[in-house]
Design a binder for this molecule. Structure first.
Ligand code: MN
Length: 265
């Protein structure tokens, strides 16, 4: 298995995909095969996601997240969805980890929160994407958690500080394998999204309740950033958020996209 993975990675780094990947990821990111070309330290690792039905992997570029994309969750967060639209924040790409790694209880918090989210993974991008064309940029969909240090988030909110420290911490986005559009179609606007802790259902909603559809989310995001191949979007969580402790087992799933099991360690 490890060997297969390594082989897949080698092929990714050395094959024709490497050139395409390097171009898509921008000038600052270089394949590891260039390691001998004069860098003062080892290059950062390529962060990638498993894909159902193939041993090839999806290389992650940026990680965008939607906040308050479900009205009931906006309300439980003290927001007024009739006044304030959803919004965006970002996690570092290496926050993305395979769900099988589990989730180590993070540093500097006593209030670790789960949020079940659907992932949209892009194969192409651009600026000011027309909503009518937005779905054409999607390569795959998946399941993730947007883990949150809630106490630090509340402090940031109280002091009008950025959310970064509460949202963009190490390993804060456990993800499952992606399912390709060619295998499942465009499944991002309808279907159950749910999460349980130790077998008890905590979140149980439907993608149709997203305030911004997948196409709208991509289109609006592309008004702020030039989207690129490899970008992923965590599309927000429904109501029912709560805290977890060490030893708790989270399961989260999205209809048609499978489920993940994440143990808090
Ligand atoms: Mn979230």
């Amino acid at each position: 298995m490890e060997e297969k993975k390594a082989e897949s990675r080698r092929r990714f780094l050395t094959g024709s995909a490497a050139a395409a990947g390097a171009a898509a990821l921008g000038a600052g990111i270089t394949p590891a095969s260039a390691q001998d070309a004069g860098y003062v330290m080892d290059l950062p690792p390529v962060i990638s996601m498993e894909i159902n039905g193939t041993s090839d992997r999806f290389p992650v570029n940026r990680v965008y997240c939607l906040g308050r994309n479900y009205a009931a969750h906006a309300l439980e967060s003290g927001d007024d969805p009739t006044v304030n639209p959803p919004f965006f924040f970002i996690k570092p790409r290496d926050a993305v980890v395979d769900y099988r790694e589990g989730h180590p209880y993070p540093l500097k918090t006593q209030a670790l929160r789960y949020e079940a989210e659907m992932v949209v993974a892009l194969k192409s991008g651009g600026e000011n994407i027309d909503p009518a064309d937005a779905l054409d940029h999607i390569y795959a969909y998946g399941v993730s958690l947007d883990m949150t240090r809630e106490d630090l988030q509340h402090e940031a909110q109280r002091l009008s500080r950025p959310w970064s420290i509460s949202k963009a911490f190490d390993k804060s986005a456990p993800v499952g394998p992606l399912t390709r559009v060619e295998d499942v179609g465009h499944t991002g606007d309808e279907g159950r999204i749910w999460l349980s802790v130790n077998g008890e259902i905590k979140q149980d909603s439907d993608l149709s309740l997203q305030r911004w559809s997948v196409a709208e989310g991509i289109a609006i995001l592309s008004q702020h950033y030039e989207l690129r191949a490899g970008d992923i979007i965590l599309t927000g969580t429904p109501e029912g958020i709560g805290l977890v402790q060490r030893g708790d087992v989270i399961r989260a799933g999205v209809e048609n996209l499978g489920e993940i099991r994440v143990e808090i360690t």
